[in-house]
Design a protein around this ligand. Structure first.
Ligand SMILES: Nc1ncnc2c1ncn2[C@@H]1O[C@H](COP(=O)(O)OP(=O)(O)OP(=O)(O)O)[C@@H](O)[C@H]1O
Ligand SMILES: [Mg+2]
Length: 225
């Protein structure tokens, strides 16, 4: 059985700024299977967020191809990519971009409502998901009434509520204490047991070593450890 969920083939990414070229990813080949928990490592500026955004179909590679669930989506339209993303991929951003005018509960409900789930069902599930990140007592807070770590946990809840096949997390525990980081990690383990794939960027060695395997970005290439 083919368990592949994401495949990158010869992905390169260059940025052009003020006539200067920055070659961030050179010719990256990568395959991640369902049920795999994978950490993404590399120094600041090495291209972790860039890679996650390409896998999330939010950014276009300069060259190369992206396959999701064995379908080549490199040349799909934005609308088709949106559809694939909505159904299958969630991302926890490095700067959690919660909607500031909405409460924690509303932020978490939003992705479900967007896929056509009823208000009542979205509400019930959002409460349950917020409880799984230990935020039951903060559901009516707006983002600016939450601590950094609490905001991060809301962002994680928002990413997992739709039960996507692939969860991408960019430093999801960056501002969390050890215990809370451990709790987020347990959620990842639970998702893994449900056959979902998780790719998370981190600077935390402890957390990185708990993955099934590590990916390191070095000079624009990916090395599997
Ligand atoms: N839109 C852009 N235009 C020009 N350069 C960019 C752009 N986005 C990112 N870069 C550059 O690409 C490189 C990789 O950035 P990226 O955000 O992927 O790094 P990172 O590995 O996630 O770093 P960190 O650990 O600090 O989050 C950096 O040198 C950055 O300055
Ligand atoms: Mg980054």
């Amino acid at each position: 059985m083919n368990r592949e969920i994401i495949k990158l083939s010869k992905i390169s990414k260059k940025f052009f700024l003020n006539k200067k070229k920055i070659s961030v990813l050179k010719s990256v080949d990568l395959k991640i299977n369902k049920g795999e928990l994978v950490s993404l490592n590399g120094p600041s500026g090495s291209g972790k967020s860039t890679l996650l955004h390409i896998i999330a179909l939010l950014d276009q590679p300069t060259s190369g191809e992206v396959f999701f669930d064995r379908k080549n989506i490199s040349r799909s339209s934005d609308a088709e990519k949106d559809k694939v993303r909505k159904k299958g991929i969630s991302i926890v951003y490095q700067q959690n971009n919660l909607l500031t005018d909405f409460t924690a509960l509303e932020n978490v409900m939003m992705p479900l409502l967007n896929t056509g789930v009823s208000l009542q069902e979205s509400l019930t599930k959002a409460k349950k998901t917020l409880s799984s990140v230990n935020l039951s007592s903060r559901i009516d807070h707006f983002p600016n009434e939450l601590s950094g770590g609490e905001q991060q946990r809301v962002a994680v809840a928002r990413a997992i509520i739709t039960e996507p096949k692939l969860i991408l997390a960019d430093e999801p525990t960056g501002s969390l204490d050890r215990k809370t980081a451990g709790e987020i990690f347990s959620l990842f383990l639970k998702l893994k047991s449900q056959n979902r794939a998780i790719l998370y960027a981190t600077h935390n060695r402890d957390l990185s070593s708990k993955a099934d395997y590590k990916l390191n970005i070095l000079d624009g290439n990916i090395i599997k450890e």
